[in-house]
Ligand binder design. Structure first.
Ligand code: RET
Length: 247
């Protein structure tokens, strides 16, 4: 066991990752099932949200199988700061998931708010910058890590400003029901997305918590940000004609 003895790797995470994967898959099929009961024109938010949960199901299946990670040298051991030359597993597959799913979640929100495509595409670009800087930061040595992290946090601030201010005001123009579903899902998103850099800071960033705890932290965030968010969004859209939002 010499090769794995000095790499901090999740030991009990696998079952949990598989469980999250199963929940994501059930959510995805449920969203598709709900879509099939609607006329084709009214399925946009079902399709977007089902895609998000399908991609997450595959990412979590990958992590449950102990794949999609790479060992990265950490400066200090979590257990004993005097011990050097240790490694931690960094799940790069998370970032492949986020690169695909966070733009879709932003589309869910900004299309609900009736925002125009140029604005949506620009905010999505900023979101991709956030994910990529997070990935690079996760993979490089710790003296560089927090430089990339800072860029990612700036990007997140910009996204939150757009949701909390520009999109919220725009949604209000479409009536009380649109405003209500945007406020609910937008607030949930703001609250949850701020927790991701915290999880990153204590996992990939600072190697403060164990990979088992990382699995739980990100897993709960992802369950709230994808299936729970998606269910609320689709439920909130029940009385809203997509045509009213210009879709
Ligand atoms: C990183 C590190 C760099 C700084 C910031 C981050 C934010 C990530 C976020 C991820 C959201 C993911 C979601 C996934 C799917 O449900 C990349 C961790 C700000 C906000 C919502």
């Amino acid at each position: 066991n010499g090769a794995t003895a000095d790499i901090a790797i999740t030991t009990r995470g696998s079952d949990w990752y598989f469980a999250v994967s199963a929940i994501m898959a059930v959510a995805a099929f449920s969203f598709i099932g709900l879509a099939l009961r609607k006329p084709r024109r009214d399925r946009l938010f079902h399709y977007i949200t089902a895609s998000v949960t399908f991609v997450a199901a595959i990412a979590y299946f990958t992590m449950g199988s102990n794949l999609g990670f790479t060992p990265i040298a950490v400066e200090f051991s979590r257990a004993d700061p005097k011990v050097r030359g240790q490694y931690r597993e960094i799940f790069y597959v998370r970032y492949i998931d986020w690169f695909i799913t966070t733009p879709l979640l932003l589309m869910d929100l900004m299309l609900t708010a009736g925002m125009p495509w140029p604005t949506i595409l620009f905010v999505i670009l900023v979101d991709e910058i956030m994910i990529i800087t997070g990935l690079v930061g996760a993979l490089v040595r710790s003296i560089y890590k927090f430089g990339f992290f800072a860029f990612g946090c700036f990007a997140l601030f910009y996204i939150i400003y757009h949701l909390a201010w520009e999109s919220r005001r725009n949604a209000a123009r479409y009536g009380a029901d649109v405003s209500r579903v945007f406020l609910l899902t937008g607030s949930l998103t703001t609250l949850l997305w701020i927790c991701y850099p915290i999880a990153w800071g204590v996992s990939e960033g600072g190697n403060v918590i164990a990979p088992d705890s990382e699995a739980v932290f990100y897993g709960i965030l992802d369950l709230l940000a994808k299936p729970v968010f998606g269910a609320l969004l689709i439920w909130g859209h029940r009385g809203i004609e997509p045509g009213r939002l210009g879709l």
